[in-house]
Design a protein. Sequence first.
Length: 361
Amino acid sequence: MTAVPDPDPRSPERGMILALVLVLALLLSVSMISFTRRAVIDTMIIRNRDAAQRASALARGGVRLGTAMLIEDRLAKNLNAFGDPNVRLTTPGNTEDDAWNQLRHFELADPDGGRLKIEIRDASALLNLNAVVPYTGEDVSPDSDAEEFLVALLEKVIEEMPLDPAEKELYDERELARNLIDWMDSDGIRAVGGGEDDYYQAQDPPYRASNGPLLSVEEIGLVEGFDVQLVEALGHYVTVYPIAGGQGINLNTAPPHVLALIYYGATDKRLADGDIVGRILKMRDQGRTICTGSAPDTDCVTLNEVYLDDGSIFPPVALPDDSNVFRIRARGIVGEIERSVVAVVDRSELTNPQLLFWRSD
């Protein structure tokens, strides 16, 4: 038998086989890495999708919980009104001491590690623009204070916008105030003469002035002269709820920057200064309630005690204000995923609260 010699390890054939094996091993390694990476990414996507769904569900549930608290508060106030006058179950009107108002200081947790934050604001804690130019359905001129108040409001808001002085000078507060009144009042004539729709019909696409109440803060962006930056800045101060029958600012729930919009004075009206805002906040910190008219009990503080003239506030407001429209912002948090829902609820009908606005973020 003739022995077959071993192939020369230095032969070209052996080198090609070794290179092929190395290439296949490299391809296999790359494939394994890609497969593992894809599996990790898919797992993260599924986990984040599940977390987002849970966070959204928490936020939606937060709106329901907030609505339930508002109904409970209304029922308690009804019991207080018809019960023993010597027994107070709740403070009169909407105040910072109400349970729904205190909810923003707490964070709720579910058994699976999710977190829920709920903030409820009385709609009248902001300035209701529909109370500045109330809709009557008739050709009635707005209150004589409306234009001057809107000028003062716009001057304050524009001054506080983070813009260069040259950019702020481009805004004409009086023209803006008149344009907004023209948009909301019931006639079709501009304050300075001419047709209200001339400007709007020249836009692409053309449209017409509302000649009615504002339905959203965003609608202000349709008014001549109001740009996105100004509307966004106004959104921190104003609301449009309730759309009909609204009052002025609720001094018992408004935040400090909104309290600075109190427009008052028997003859020469002006915005509230720091002393007035500070006095109101001090009384609220003491658990006192700001009341118009005569003070019914020792917990009430008259307007004169907070340096305001009784009956001189524009838009008019009766305090304590017991409005039924509220803004609920619920945030569901699962891990690093957050989802929020903003809703406006009218609790006038306790058995059937009305949803006026809903936005998911």
